[in-house]
Design a binder for this molecule. Structure first.
Ligand SMILES: [Zn+2]
Length: 210
């Protein structure tokens, strides 16, 4: 499936700091903003190596590649020309390293659970999903990785203010704190983002399982 325009701007870009350490993931829209302001450069992975380009250089390269687009690449069309969406950028002035540990937030919980309702097992898009306290807060259930799961609206309503066993519902798997960034792990399942692997620590390989 070919993406273009709006959705290409929503694809993900891996951000490295000046020292090539992974900092975070941002939408291509923001990556283009950083490139345009010369705050970042494109890191392009090809044939097991990589090269860096400033924004002008990247636009030039895009004009050559435009003639033989690869199926997994994304493109945006500007007023003047078409530009390939980068997959990795490097911040030119930023040295800091992110803190260890995965942030507990909605985005990471949905990614940990693969956007799958943990009760009925169906996959949904983010806006159709809710977060459910397995042991309800009214029963002293905590807001932690181990007690919050992704649930579709239907299952969440059906469960209500009950524990799973009271509601006769079963969790797909016991919820746990992820040891690696779940958003990143989920993206790595997509062929588009394979070039990211070059910049990730090669310890373990916790992705690829459902
Ligand atoms: Zn459900």
């Amino acid at each position: 499936m070919r993406r273009s325009g709006q959705s290409a701007l929503e694809t993900s870009v891996l951000v490295l700091n000046r020292l090539f350490v992974v900092v975070h993931i941002i939408p291509a829209r923001r990556a283009f903003g950083l490139l345009y302001k010369d705050l970042a450069e494109v890191i392009d992975v090809e044939d097991g190596g990589f090269a860096s380009y400033d924004f002008d250089g990247w636009i030039e390269l895009s004009q050559l590649r435009r003639l033989e687009k690869k199926p997994d690449d994304d493109w945006i069309r500007t007023v003047r020309c078409e530009v390939q969406v980068p997959r990795v950028i490097r911040l030119l002035t930023y040295d800091r390293v992110p803190k260890d540990g995965v942030k507990f937030n909605r985005r990471n919980i949905l990614a940990r659970d693969h956007f799958r309702c943990q009760y009925c097992g169906k996959q949904f898009s983010a806006h159709q999903l809710t977060l459910d306290h397995v042991v309800p807060r009214s029963r002293g259930g905590r807001t932690t990785w181990e007690n919050v799961v992704t649930a579709c609206v239907h299952c969440n309503l059906r469960k209500g203010d009950r524990t799973p066993s009271e509601a006769g519902m079963k969790l797909l798997k016991p919820p746990r704190r992820p040891d690696r960034n779940p958003v990143l792990q989920l993206k790595l399942r997509n062929v588009k983002y394979q070039s990211w692997r070059m910049f990730l620590p090669s310890t373990g390989n916790g992705d690829g399982r459902d």
